[in-house]
Design a protein around this ligand. Structure first.
Ligand code: BDR
Ligand code: CA
Length: 316
């Protein structure tokens, strides 16, 4: 049996690549459910998109649960300019064969963690942290079932990608992010400092496409969509690959290097809202319960992506 997981996400082009990767890694990952949250696009679209991607991956055995439709205390900030109107770039969209389950994502997270053995479930979060913070606030005891929260979010030395100092997932719901970083759970954070080291260069995208499976062709198309966006920099350099990083870490931990730290999130200043204050200096009043990714091996990340997608032998 593989590592037990809940995946919380807001697909989103790079969330979709992350889901294709996680769904392909059948032997290593035991995905209890995919929960979705409003983020890159609205909540109805992120839930639909998760169902579409699960269908492409032929993993309709994994249930999808739609979650919070807006951040805890603020107006939604969407990022459709990075993900296309549908949220899935240029992928053809048709109604998924099976939609989300009737249960709310937060109810599913709470029930799954309450029933779990101590420290047995990894929660991977690649969108705004609204569902995760809501679940922790409703039943703080669910911390017991969590092995860790592995999240994509935040920025330190790289600066921001939505404002000068903030990364999108944290900026979109800074109150939720502060609650999660301060929850006492072990958090493994993949911010822009690491994900900007993982670039979808044309050669790497070609290698993904060359796998030839249905999932690999979809992943290559999604990567190509991001590469073509001027906001992601020159095509030859490749767009950064954010959301697959926590999943790759589960599959090949040595692809990343971390430093322990304490993280606080700015929730008051309009100028720096969602900034992650990453403190590496230990002090008694600051528990170092966050592992902050400082280095990523881009070749290793793409090796894992390509090798995992190659496990799917279905041709289109
Ligand atoms: C994060 O923001 C979203 O737009 C992406 O899906 C990713 O989770 C990168 O900052
Ligand atoms: Ca995302």
């Amino acid at each position: 049996m593989g590592r037990r997981l809940i995946i919380d996400c807001d697909p989103g082009v790079d969330d979709a690549v992350m889901l294709l990767l996680a769904c392909a890694a059948r032997d290593a990952l035991d995905i209890a459910g995919i929960t979705t949250v409003a983020g890159n696009v609205g909540a109805a679209l992120t839930a639909r998109n998760a169902c579409i991607v699960r269908g492409i991956a032929a993993r309709e055995d994994i249930p999808v649960f739609a979650g919070c439709t807006r951040p805890l205390r603020r107006a939604p900030v969407e990022a459709g300019h990075f993900h296309g109107e549908s949220g899935l770039g240029d992928l053809p969209i048709s109604a998924p064969r099976h939609g989300p389950e009737p249960r709310h994502a937060v109810d599913f997270i709470v029930a799954t963690l309450l029933a779990a053995a101590p420290a047995s479930v990894t929660l991977v979060a690649t969108g705004p942290l609204t569902n995760v913070a809501t679940a922790l606030a409703r039943e703080p005891v669910i911390r017991r079932g969590l092995r860790e929260i592995a999240l994509m979010g935040g920025a330190r030395s790289e600066g921001g990608n939505i404002t000068a100092s903030s990364e999108y997932n944290i900026h979109a719901d800074p109150d939720a992010a502060q609650a999660v970083f301060g929850s006492g759970c072990t958090v493994v954070a993949f911010g822009l400092d690491a994900t900007h080291q993982v670039r979808a260069t044309p050669a790497r995208v070609d290698a993904v496409r060359a796998v030839g499976s249905r999932a690999a062709l979809a992943a290559a198309e999604l990567l190509e969509f991001s590469n073509a966006l001027p906001a992601n920099g020159p095509r030859a350099q490749g767009a950064p690959l954010h959301d697959p990083c926590p999943i790759v870490w589960l599959l090949r931990p040595e692809a990343f290097r971390f430093r322990p730290c304490h993280v606080d999130v700015e929730t008051a200043s309009p100028l720096t809202l969602g900034h992650t204050a990453v403190e590496f200096r230990a002090a008694p009043q600051r528990p170092q319960n966050v592992l902050w990714a400082v280095a990523a091996d881009g070749d290793a990340v793409f090796d894992v992506l390509t090798a995992s997608l190659a496990q799917d032998s279905r041709r289109p």
